[in-house]
Design a protein around this ligand. Structure first.
Ligand code: NI
Length: 164
């Protein structure tokens, strides 16, 4: 019979913190680089000139050492404040096609995810490791940042977005 023992203590004080945010926005998938027929072929009904809306859910994950004094990776209130200013105030109830950041790019959720990586990388209290965006109950997109000696120096590359 095996002796029962308490769970081993974690060998690292590093932990991951995830937080979810919700916003509603509209978009139209369309590029001027394509003909009318090519746009319809590529985007189907998402190319409808009147656009359509989604209730997006964004989940951001940060890693960092657990502060010995606070017991936290970072202050959630500070993260919420950052998200209010840099995510919700920018995207909620907006037409994504009208935003400057999508002036030259189709506002697909792949491209939105890449933008959100850039945005949340500037939250300096912890290290961004993942951004996941749910577009519908069936579609999600995520970007995972590779562990590296200087993770904050990483730049997102479009080839790394995974569709789910
Ligand atoms: Ni859509």
């Amino acid at each position: 019979m095996m002796a029962t023992s308490p769970n081993p203590a974690p060998t690292s004080s590093r932990a991951y913190l995830s937080r979810r945010y919700h916003f509603s926005a509209s978009h139209r998938l369309h590029t001027d680089a394509f003909t009318v027929e090519q746009n319809r072929a590529a985007y189907g009904k998402c190319n409808n000139p009147h656009g359509h809306g989604h209730n997006y859910t964004v989940e951001v994950t940060f890693a960092g050492p657990v502060d010995s004094a606070t017991g936290m990776v970072c202050d959630l209130a500070a993260l919420d404040s950052f998200a209010q200013t840099n995510l919700l105030a920018v995207f909620d109830h907006m037409n994504l096609n009208t935003l400057a950041l999508f002036r030259d790019r189709v506002p697909t959720t792949e491209n939105l995810t890449i933008e959100l990586v850039r945005i949340f990388q500037s939250f300096s209290a912890a290290e961004l490791t993942r951004v996941r965006v749910e577009e519908t109950g069936n579609n999600s997109f995520e970007y995972t940042l590779r562990p590296a000696p200087s993770p904050r120096a990483q730049q997102p590359s479009e080839s790394e977005v995974r569709k789910g």
